[in-house]
Design a binder for this molecule. Sequence first.
Ligand SMILES: Nc1ncnc2c1ncn2[C@@H]1O[C@H](COP(=O)(O)OP(=O)(O)OP(=O)(O)O)[C@@H](O)[C@H]1O
Length: 221
Amino acid sequence: MIQALDLCKTYKLGEVSIAVLKDVNIAINQGEFVSLMGPSGSGKSTLLYLLGGLDKPTSGSITVKGRELSVMKDKEESEMRRREIGFVFQFYNLVPNLNLEENIMLPILLDGKNLKKYKSRLDEILELVGLADRRKHTPRELSGGQQQRVAIARALVNEPDIILADEPTGNLDSKAGTEILELFKKINKEKNKTIVQVTHSHEAAQYGTRLINVKDGRVWE
Ligand SMILES: Nc1ncnc2c1ncn2[C@@H]1O[C@H](COP(=O)(O)OP(=O)(O)OP(=O)(O)O)[C@@H](O)[C@H]1O
């Protein structure tokens, strides 16, 4: 589903170069739920963003569903991201003045599709994330856990095969965090989505099917 070959990422700050990822090789298969763990600053988020095409490697290649990102034109790559990958972030990144339905439908809108045709999909997703009775609420009227469920619904609405999540429970208390992890597990098992999460928590990593440790820009399984 995703393959990284000899991936390197170096940030240049003035005269100083920081090698954040060093010859990373990983292959993530369809249906896996992978947890990326490691110390702060080890390169986990950088790796996640590279795998999802949100940032570009300094060298090496990334292939998503058989297509190499580096040879794609920008428009092609952003279309691929929108359709094949759902992103979930620690701080939800919802649009505050849009209601829950509108937030979830944003990727459909951005894809220039007719929203009316997607009503039954929206209903199904709202049911899945347990927010069918909150559809007209705005994000500020929801708890953190509920906001994260909206973000997950938004990530699913284009029916991508891959979900990439950067510390999705990092801002939640343990009860809300557990609910989000249970939801990811369900999405992985029942919807057969491939999931990669960055986490600091061993407990959160237990929900995954595989653990990849990132340390000093290198990976160990
Ligand atoms: N845009 C950037 N410019 C310069 N340096 C960056 C940039 N993004 C990340 N870094 C550096 O790359 C290193 C790895 O950062 P990254 O966010 O990938 O680590 P992480 O393992 O996810 O950390 P944390 O667990 O604290 O979120 C850090 O030293 C960070 O300062």
